[in-house]
Design a protein around this ligand. Structure first.
Ligand SMILES: C[S@@+](CC[C@H](N)C(=O)[O-])C[C@H]1O[C@@H](n2cnc3c(N)ncnc32)[C@H](O)[C@@H]1O
Length: 220
């Protein structure tokens, strides 16, 4: 009999219970910080890549008045989102949008899951207008990602490597902040529910959590 792949942590009820509708460390804290830093205003069009349950799309619409949309490839996540506004089924590394469509792209706790991060960053670059903003928050870790790892923690890369790749793909890095405290808070809540050890929440590999804001440069 072939064993079925384990349900990833972000599709498990335990993460929903520990984190709420934002399936990442920090809830809206870093979303709001980033939206304020980039000066998001009504009239902007913003994309959330790997939108999960659609919480960031709703937040950006209600708090900042922007036209926000999200792409999410998982049918299960979209079903759990219960028809949340602005969500489209698509992968973040094959975006169904023309070039220069967005003022900002958010990608929260998702880039580490891409098999081809450079290709994903190229897609973000393509759909952003010149000078548009890329908001990344994600796990980082010391050392190389674990071979064949499936969890965010296994796949996390060193922050310097991520910043280097972002620059290489045609962005200038405007802000990098350490928010590992938010990862520890979420890990503690998951440990309490018994999930952390089984599914990987970033406790190993000296994992941390970062916010990075980058800007599309004219040329790559
Ligand atoms: C940890 S959850 C974060 C969800 C959401 N960004 C949030 O913070 O609430 C990771 C999400 O990335 C999605 N995902 C995985 N691979 C993806 C890809 N190639 N493109 C876009 N989203 C992807 C998963 O389905 C999942 O919903």
């Amino acid at each position: 009999m072939v064993a079925s792949a384990p349900v990833p942590l972000w599709e498990r009820e335990a993460l929903h219970e520990a984190a709420g509708p934002t399936l990442r460390p920090g809830g809206f804290e870093l979303t709001d910080r980033a939206a304020e830093f980039i000066g998001a205003v009504p009239g902007w069009t913003v994309l959330d890549v790997g939108a999960g349950l659609g919480a960031t799309v709703s937040r950006l619409r209600s708090r900042f008045g922007v036209r926000a949309f999200g792409v999410e490839p998982s049918a299960g996540q979209l079903a759990r989102a219960h028809g949340a506004a602005g969500l489209i089924r698509a992968r973040g590394d094959e975006l169904p949008f023309g070039q220069g469509r967005f003022d900002a792209v958010f990608c929260e706790c998702v880039l580490s899951l891409f098999d081809d991060r450079a290709g994903g960053l190229d897609e973000f670059h393509r759909v952003l207008r010149p000078g548009g903003f890329l908001v990344l928050s994600d796990l980082c870790a010391s050392g190389s990602p674990a071979e064949g790892g499936a969890s965010c923690a296994d796949r996390a890369a060193p922050l310097a490597d991520i910043a280097g790749l972002v620059r290489e793909r045609g962005f200038s890095v405007e802000l990098t902040e350490d928010h590992s405290r938010l990862l520890r808070d979420l890990a503690a809540r998951l440990a309490w529910s018994g999930e952390a050890g089984r599914h990987g929440c970033g406790c190993g590999r000296n994992a941390g959590y970062f916010l990075m804001i980058a800007r599309k440069q004219g040329v790559k």
